[in-house]
Ligand binder design. Structure first.
Ligand code: S3P
Length: 173
């Protein structure tokens, strides 16, 4: 069993799905944002405010690489972990990457009261629209793509498991 790495925009349900997927497969779940918080000893908004986004992205790249040496596991990542090419390369080399999607409308609905994501401060709907446009195509590198809009957690987990089996057969990963 290889590492299964969940990527996707904020609010696509990576962590919730990752916990359920790991549980259903009986393997460990690690979360990249949680590892950053633990290592840095402060929350993500605090980290952005104190040190800036580049510092956060450096910690993210470092811990991504470390965690991927620690599998097999389900690894859930932050929505921006795909922005650096080196991160994408390491994910593709060390696991099977699964991208979760949801419609813009659904993401805005899920994120509208969120205060834990510094990149959304100043107006969630506007920020989601801007970032989704900036990141168009950023998650397309994943060989497995799952739309979560309107689906139950169980249905999403089943769909991922079926697609992982298919992609292993096809030799995609
Ligand atoms: C970010 C997504 C967040 C977190 C940070 C930056 C992003 O994770 O890593 O706030 O750039 O999309 P989630 O996708 O789990 O919200």
């Amino acid at each position: 069993m290889k590492n299964l790495i969940l990527v996707g925009f904020m609010g696509t349900g990576k962590t919730t799905v990752g916990v359920a997927l790991a549980d259903s497969l009986g393997i460990a779940h690690h979360d990249l944002d949680a590892a950053i918080i633990e290592k840095e000893g402060c929350s993500i908004p605090e980290l952005f405010a104190r040190h800036g986004e580049t510092y956060f992205r450096d910690a993210e790249s470092r811990l991504l690489s470390q965690l991927l040496d620690d599998g097999p596991q389900v690894l859930t990542t932050g929505g921006g972990a795909v922005l650096r090419k080196q991160n994408v390369e390491i994910m593709l080399a060390k696991g099977t990457v699964i991208a979760l999607y949801a419609s813009e409308e659904e993401l805005i609905r899920r994120l509208e009261n969120d205060t834990s994501r510094p990149l959304l401060s100043g107006g969630v709907a506007e920020r989601v629209k801007t970032l989704m446009a900036e990141r168009a195509g950023a998650y397309d590198f994943a060989p497995i793509q799952v739309d979560t809009t309107g689906k139950s957690l169980e249905a999403i987990v089943d769909e991922i498991k079926a697609q992982v089996v298919e992609s292993a057969k096809d030799g995609k990963q």
